[in-house]
Design a protein around this ligand. Sequence first.
Ligand code: BLA
Length: 504
Amino acid sequence: APTVDEEALARCADEPIAVPGAVQPHGALLAVSEPDLAVVVASAGAADLFGGPVAGRAIDELLDPADAERLRAGLAGDLAELNPLRVRVGGEDVDLVVHRADGLLVTEWEPVRGAEEAGSAWHRRLPTVLQRLSASATLDELSGVLARDVRALTGFDRIMVYRFDAEWNGEVIAEDCRADLEPFLGLWFPASDIPAQARALYATNWMRLIPDATYRPVPLEPAMVGGRPLDLSGAMLRSVSPVHLEYLANMGVRASMSVSLVDRGKLWGLIACHHYAGPHRPSYTDRTAAEFLGRTASLLLPTKVDAGEQGGVVEVAQRQAQLAAVIGRTPRGLAAALTDGEVTALDLLPAAGAAVRLGGQLHLLGTTPPAERIGPLVGDLLAAGIRATDAVSRAVPAAAGLVATASGVLVEEVAGGRGDYLAWFRPETLREITWGGNPYTSKTAQTDAGPRLSPRRSFDAWSETVRERSQPWLDHEVAAARGLAALLTATAANRATEDDRLAT
Ligand code: BLA
């Protein structure tokens, strides 16, 4: 993976994107105190929308009496059910969306003029879409359905399903786009394109929209409440990072939206949406429908078969059962059960070599590093808390010179503390990957706050051969290794107890 300047990268992740002190201009923000609903913070220019100054006024006074009544009734209940409240402001239809932050009620007012209103027809098709999502057998199929249906719903020029790897680089695994656009399918993007604090925000906040990436941020007034800038992490109008706006400009993207895909609490990927010709702003309702599809697909993720794992799951489970049977049948000598029989520890999962250390004795199977190198290697990995790595040379110093046989190492302790373990080895596998632009050309610029990374300028496909890496260890393989180690630990403990009983 690209090693861009670490310090500059850390700066990127330091940018306080939750508190930019500004909003985007396609709406107005008023943060009010409760229960009087008096305006404490307003976005600059809010007076234009409301036809007069708003500071210190109560927002229900800014509304028609009937709308004010609906707002008050909604505030007494679940805010999520109130959103959006369609109200009239200055003769215009406005979607009012509210949430609470920093002890204030944050109200956001988005005039619907310009936003597409063709959503309701689409909503009637939702059951069909849900049916398609749940009927898809594989991850590929699910992602394809998601890209096509989110595009049909939102009208963006390009929809991509983007999946993170273990180091937060990402691959475009599905795409639906205008026929004249060059496809991004299969391209990889480096982790630094979406820094850590943004990923953290996106794991809890599922949706963000930039209808026009050439916008000028609208400041909040006053800039501070109670000595702090207002937390906008839950605000739909939140002004986004200027670095990201530069990135979009370099990519030729005029409007961008993304919806999180989250697997069991962890950010798994994004549905990334681009518009090129001009600004693009799907209505609040259509956006939330897209978010709903993202949430539904997220729930389905664990149930879909990953192309990389197809077939393997069953085979590994069978081997695990066979080994368990052999262990149960063999009264003495667990090591012999794992290394001498028809099925050995090496057969448990796809690997070139395995090491079994039981009762202080090391047994080698297949192609492994030299015996004397294995102990120190395993020791370093365990000390570093690493159970599985496909890039051993980057993980621990004891791996020097071992990449040919052991670029990948999977290790599980047996009966912890005695130095016994099971380990599997995979050789280096050269892999060609194509990045969406040479990731090594991001520029580091000096700023007052220290070095800062700026987005790369070219997104032309750029291929690279990845070295010193093995095939990755899949979750079910790691689980099988852990299961076998746990069985050996329990069996060894049982037999020790039996031996004690026989001796007395
Ligand atoms: C945010 N970067 C993002 C977002 C995406 C990407 C989707 C979320 C915001 C949005 O929906 O537009 C990246 N967009 C992509 C990728 C594809 C895409 C990979 O379409 C691939 C198809 N960006 C940089 C560098 C920095 C950086 C060097 O290139 C750091 C200095 C920062 N990206 C950055 C930040 C955010 C971001 C700070 C958060 C923006 C925000 O929410 O305020």
